[in-house]
Ligand binder design. Sequence first.
Ligand code: ADP
Length: 459
Amino acid sequence: MRNIRTHLFLIMILTVIFCIGVTGMIINISISSHFKSYMEESQKKREDRIVASFESIYSKDKKWTTVSGIELQHEAHMSNFCISLLDDKKNMIWGMDPKLITETLGFDNMVVSNHKGDYVSKNLPIRYNGSVVGYVNIGQYSDLLLTQDDVDFSKKINGSIVIAITISIVIGLAVSLVVGKQFSLPVRRIAEVSKKIANGDLDARASYETKITEIRELKETINDLADKLNYQDDLRRRLISDVSHEIRTPLNVLQNIIEAMIDGIYPINNETLELINSEVIRFGKLLNNMKSLTYIDERTDNVDNKPVDLDILIKNILEYYKGEIDSKNLMLQYENNLSDDDVVLGDEDMLKQVYINLISNAIKYNKTEGKLKVTLLETRGIIRSTIEDTGIGIKKSDVPFIFERFYRGDRSREVTEGTGVGLTISKKIVDLHKGSIKIESEDGKFTRVVIEFNKIIKV
Ligand code: ADP
């Protein structure tokens, strides 16, 4: 396993070496080939010049002597090639010994282009008035002869390439160290924070500032995750305290009543047995709520798709709660502008559960002689229902969490019992029906729940 820094470092160095190597090779090959053609050209010019010299000598004397053009030997000595003069029958008139080049002449100053050392020579015709009057034989120990300057030039180019490679590697090294640090440091810091969170420190947060989008997103995601875990943890604590609270109260009541009965303080009659029964019913309710929450939670999106008449559904629920509405002296108002054919598609039992939860909350959390307003209105294909009460309201700080399971607002705890799952179930059901639900409330004044569904026209 390698860390980001080492990994980047290796990639960078290998890339630099590769790029410079390839560039160096291309430069070297192209310089060599240009250099070779330049040398070949100058050799050709030299040969033409030597042939022209012999032609001019012949044009003066009209014959060859053993000293014709002998002075050209000097240049040949200096430049490490051999010249021989041959007549038109290729008989030698005079000639240099190739061995002299290697033994006595300045061969050390010259470098052959391919160090094979084979002696190569060629006969170049010397012409006078269009006919060949002799040959000059030019020979040397290589196809090309390079002077020390030529070799030095080529060496310098290679040297420069090596220097360029070295400088590039050093720069690449420095850059990779800096860049590697930019990547590895924030990732390491974030990893440290994640470890802390994993070890239970849910307040740990990553704070490293970086301009790299992905790393910033990673940081935000980790912090978000920690927030959620923190919140879930909080919820779990609340759940335990809520459930134990909910169970403790009816249990205490039951225990007191039963003890009083045993001690003979409390009579065993219908009235007292009913009291016990109502506490047992509360237990049952709590368990039922938890059960339906689990059930709804497991549902994905396969709900019934039957037409549901919300008007009838709501009217029935209001009728069912008539007793409670009356006993609290609530002023009930129901508005409805749906035509008989306006329905929503869904699961009637589930939708009933939603309106039971909301209407019962609006009664439960209402003040005596408060208002309970239910509306069912259709606008542009949307069926919008509102359940509004003038009760205890919900604190602003509680509103964002009100649909979370087991969440109970501070106010409601003071006023009445509950399990904090009714709204969670309602939201889940509305979501399953592709509708929307939201709560508007003002602490101590009112609460309004707004639900919207797409309308279907019954055929
Ligand atoms: P429960 O009523 O059993 O506590 P719910 O899920 O129905 O559970 O509601 C969750 C919380 O939302 C309640 O505890 C209460 O704080 C708040 N709430 C819901 N409806 C109302 C309302 N009509 N008026 C005031 N508070 C409400």
